[in-house]
Structure formats: C-alpha cells, structure tokens
Design a protein around this ligand. Structure first.
Ligand SMILES: *Cc1c(COP(=O)(O)O)cnc(C)c1O
Ligand SMILES: [Zn+2]
Length: 460
C-alpha cells in the first residue's frame, strides 16, 4: 500500500470578477465585484505549478488518501490542492461530508429509464444534502480566516430553499459560540418540516419571510452588500470550491475514466452545476481525465429558466410556480452567468438541459425508490430528466450515466405523502397513479388474520 501523500499549504487564491477580470484579496469577504457588480470566482494564480506534477502522480496522490484514517483528508479535502490549498489541515472542519457512494440501478429500473445508470447519493451527507460539500469548504475557510485575521464576532447568514440553511447551521454550530453565530432566511411555508427542523436543531436564528426563495435571496444580497456578514449562499465562491469535489469523486470512483460519461444534475440556483463543470475542468487541465463529460441539467417546467435559455438562446428570469422539486424552485439562478461562460468557453455541445413535468418528477422519485434507492424529489428530477433525454434521443443510450441525487428521500417525505393521498394543490398539476400509491393497512394483532389478509398458504 502506498504512503499517504500529505497536503502542504501552497497556492495563492484571489477573487476574480467574471465580468471585468479585476482581482481582490481572498480575505476581503466580497461577493460581487465592487467595480462592475458581476459574480466573483476564486482562482489559484499558481495553478500552473500544479501542472508540473504528472497526471499519474496526481492519481496516486488522491488514491493514496483513500486509505487514510485522518478525518481532515477523509472528505472533500482528499482533493486539498484543488479546493483550498492555502489552508493548513488544522483549520479544516470535517463533519463526515463527501465520499458518497455510487449505486448501480438494477435492471428493472434501468429498463424503465431507458439505459443502465448509477445514482451518486449525496443524501448521505451529514445534513443529508450535497450542500455540506460547499459548507465544509466555506466554514473551513471561515475558521482559517478567524484564526489568521483574529476575527472575533462573525455572523454567518444565508437564504435557503431548506438545505443550505440546514448545512450552514450545522457547520456554523461546530465553531466557537463566542465568535460565531448563525442566521438563516427561509421562505415561509416553502420548506418541508424536516428541513425546518434542521437549522432549529442546530441552534441557528431562523427568520421566515413571505415570498419564495428569490425574495429571500434579494434580502440576503442586500445584507451582504451593506453589513458585516459572512454570506453562505453559493454566490460566495468559496462554496463552489467544495462542491467541485462531487466531480472529482465521480472521476475517481470511475477509475479516472470519464469517456462517454454523462452527469445528470438538477438545477436550482445553478451553483451545483457550476461547481461540477468547474471540477471536471480542473481534472482536464491537469490531464487527470482525457475529456470533459457531458452535463445534463434538469429543471421542472415550473422553474426552468436555464432550460429555456438552452433551447431559445435567450435568458429571462421567470416567476416560478409551485414545484415538488422545491429545493430547485428558482426563477433567477444567481450562478447563471457562470454557467453561460462555462458552456460558451468549454462545454459547448456537451451541455444539455431538459425540462420535466411535476408528475414526471414524482414518478421518477417513487419508481427509483421502489427499486432500492433513497432519492429526494430533486433526485427524482434527475431520473425523470434522463428518461426524457433518452426518449427524445438527445443523448445516446450507450453512454455511461451518473445521476445526482442531491438530498435524502426523508427530507421530502411530505411530497410522497401528498402523492399517496392524492392531495396536491391543483397548481402542481400532479395526478396520482394508482399503481404508485402505498398506504398502511391496519389489522388486528393476530397471525391468523394477517395470514388471511395476505392469502398465505399454510405449511403442511
Ligand atoms: C440546493 C439544492 C438543489 C439545487 O442546487 P443549486 O446549486 O441551487 O442549483 C437541488 N437539490 C437539492 C436537494 C438542493 O438542496
Ligand atoms: Zn468586475
């Protein structure tokens, strides 16, 4: 077994404006370009140094860390050099995130969808969604900044469709209460009770507001612009750094072979799909993978501005209608300009988006879960999106498919229940199919009665 290669502090990270190209000090905590107002990304100005290490050596380094018992290298920071190379191991906050399994769909489910595929289950993160990846990088960076800049009262804040607040509250609660507090803004009635219980349980200040996510986002953007707060939405590019790990992990789990690969991702605020595209791009630049995969984004037709842009060439924010993929119910994705750049510069015809109906999402989720998965409604969106893209022959069925299930089934149990009860409000446009219904049966505590009910044959 090869020795574990320990990471060293290296590199030089700066914020770089995606509009005018201006750069800013990483410790300034700015979230939009003070010059032109565009989004910022984080760039390692010494990335070129990493090119001196040959691709096979990189693979050995990352593979060697698979066997480590060191928590700091067990999650997303297995890829330290590509995420936050400026911070030492002592500043890393590891709560068990990342390294989620890739699960093969069984033959029945594959046949239903139209091709064999895998689900990479990010519901198995500590707060039960992929947001933990970005929160691990954001909070590790904050922890580092608190130490080196001697900060003593930091307010971490985010707007959320539920899962960002759960992750932010969890990771912030790990830091010293004397220095750090947590506030989350939620659209009232638009997060599930399980999601609401998470930041409350972690001890965050939870503020509910009328409106939808886009309204909360506007408020938090104004707060971040005008007050001293640490923004934990994916608009903060340090979140994107950690979320790139999803791409690195897929590549590693597939033996660093991304030929013919299609990654299927639900799109909400578009932070995740941005991170996944950037992650694969890093691997390509370093020669670790030979080619970029195809990215298939999926949106509900009730919130599909990116899908409309892809088919018409015209981007327009839209007013959303209710969606069971509530975590992705966003009409004006903050990271859209980054997606557009990545597609124009690198992904080109390797980028597709499909729009699916609410019924298709529910059927995708329920059918996957009847075949051994634990996907959420957004995971159901991935399943439905792949099924549709294959049926429309947008993507050949002989490719390899990895679907992102972005959170755990249990967070969205209320939508399953509404489906079983056929009790969706009309605006969802969902009609329950009898064969997908399931409800408990109450019987007497009698073996005989139960045997009778089940029609069991008696032993001789
Ligand atoms: C946040 C979230 C999404 C959408 O991801 P974006 O980065 O906002 O595009 C999808 N699914 C779940 C479960 C989420 O929490
Ligand atoms: Zn700028």
């Amino acid at each position: 077994m090869s020795e574990v290669t320990m990471p060293e502090v290296q590199g030089n990270l700066v914020y770089k404006c995606i509009g005018c190209g201006q750069t800013y000090d990483i410790y300034e905590f700015v979230y939009t370009c003070p010059q032109c107002g565009s989004l910022l990304k984080i760039e390692n100005t010494l990335f070129g140094e990493l090119l001196k290490t040959p691709p096979d050596t990189w693979k050995q380094i990352f593979d060697s860390r698979r066997n480590t018992t060191l928590g700091e290298l067990s999650g997303i920071f297995r890829f330290h050099e590509l995420i936050l190379p400026i911070i030492p191991l002592e500043d890393i906050i590891y709560l068990g995130e990342g390294q989620t399994p890739i699960v093969r769909a069984n033959p029945e489910l594959s046949a239903w969808v139209g091709a064999p595929f895998f689900v990479k289950n990010d519901g198995l993160n500590p707060s039960a969604s992929f947001k933990d990846r970005g929160m691990a990088s954001a909070i590790s960076f904050l922890n580092h900044a608190i130490r080196v800049k001697n900060l003593d009262s930091v307010l971490g804040i985010c707007a959320s469709t539920g899962d960002t607040s759960a992750a932010a509250a969890l990771y912030l609660s790990y830091l010293p209460k004397s220095k750090v507090s947590a506030v989350v803004l939620l659209p009232q009635g638009k997060v599930t009770s399980q999601q609401l219980s998470q930041p409350l349980g972690s001890g965050a200040q939870v503020i509910e507001m009328p409106g939808v996510f886009d309204d909360c986002m506007r408020v938090v953007e104004e707060l971040a612009q005008n007050y001293h707060v640490f923004l934990l939405n994916s608009k903060n590019p340090v979140r994107i750094l950690g979320q790139k790990s999803y791409a690195y992990e897929i590549a590693q789990q597939l033996g660093w072979d991304t030929g013919d690969l299609v990654v299927v991702v639900p799109i909400g605020n578009a932070g995740n799909i941005t991170a996944i595209m950037e992650g694969f791009l890093d691997l390509k630049k370093l020669g670790i993978v030979g080619e970029l995969p195809t990215i298939l984004g999926v949106q509900s037709h009730h919130a599909d501005p990116v899908s409309r842009w892809r088919s018409t060439g015209d981007y327009r924010p839209m007013k959303v209608s209710p969606s069971v993929a509530q975590a992705a119910m966003i009409g004006d994705p903050v990271s859209f300009p980054k997606v557009r750049q990545l597609v124009e510069e690198f992904y080109d015809d390797r980028f597709h988006v499909v729009s699916v109906t609410e019924s298709e999402i529910m059927e995708g989720m329920l059918t996957a879960n009847r075949h051994g998965h634990v996907v959420c409604t957004q995971g159901g969106e991935s399943v439905a999106g792949l099924k549709k893209a294959l049926a429309e022959r947008r993507i050949p069925a002989d490719h390899r498919f990895v679907l992102d299930s972005t959170s755990h089934q249990l967070k969205f149990a209320s939508f399953q229940q509404r489906y079983f009860n056929d009790s969706f409000d009309q605006e969802y446009g969902i009609h329950t199919r009898e064969e997908l219904k399931n409800n408990p049966t109450t019987l007497e505590a009698s073996a005989q009665k139960i045997a009778q009910f089940l029609g069991l044959a008696k032993r001789d």
